[in-house]
Design a protein around this ligand. Structure first.
Ligand code: GAR
Length: 188
């Protein structure tokens, strides 16, 4: 069976969707590890409830990004992780992790890339007055939110409330991430 690692920094609704899909056999893989850079993040409670092992770190405890990423790579290697799924991991992936897991890292982003890269994508889109929002899942490379697109789903929204856009988008994210992980795993 294939092994996934999910990286998250916050609430963890995508992590829960992925872990539950694995547990139910909807994704033919197991979540071998949750990596979290925020001690105390709610996603850690979700991992405990679902019985998923975690690696939690604080970047400030390491001399550099290369140092904490080397520690992450060691743990991913030990678990023979096939695919890394970034799900609200709010750190830029560095060279150490990219080189070790090249072509094996995907990310979910709350906009129709290449529009609205980076943090606060929904807020940026609302400020711009866009009428069609969306979700993108893409390969991760050294270009922030710039890797090749694997899947996208759009939805219309005429209002101006970022919280509403987040709520609509997250339902789509959970379905799209599960579908896309299956697709990626089938193709390797
Ligand atoms: C998701 O909406 C994801 O698209 C976004 O963080 C949220 C995490 O939610 N990611 C980014 O903005 C990446 N730039 P979750 O913790 O409930 O899964």
């Amino acid at each position: 069976m294939k092994s996934l690692a999910v990286f998250a920094s916050g609430t963890g609704t995508n992590f829960v969707a992925i872990a539950k899909a694995c547990a139910a056999g909807v994704i033919d893989a197991r979540v071998a590890l949750l990596v979290c850079d925020k001690p105390g993040a709610p996603v850690l409670d979700r991992a405990r409830e679902l019985g998923v092992d975690t690696f939690v770190f604080s970047a400030k405890d390491y001399a550099s990004k290369a140092d904490y990423e080397a520690e992450i790579v060691k743990r991913l290697d030990a678990l023979k992780v096939d695919l890394v799924c970034l799900a609200g991991y709010m750190r830029i992936v560095g060279e150490t992790l990219l080189q070790a897991y090249e072509g094996k890292i995907i990310n979910i982003h709350p906009s129709l890339l290449p529009a609205f890269r980076g943090a606060h994508a929904v807020e940026q889109a609302v400020a711009y007055g866009v009428k069609v929002y969306g979700i993108t899942i893409h390969w991760v490379n050294s270009d922030l939110d710039g890797g090749k697109i694997i899947a996208q789903r759009a939805f219309p929204y005429e209002g101006s409330d970022p919280a509403e856009v987040h709520a609509i988008g997250q339902k789509i994210e959970h379905e799209l991430y599960v579908e896309t992980i299956n697709k990626v795993l089938c193709e390797r």
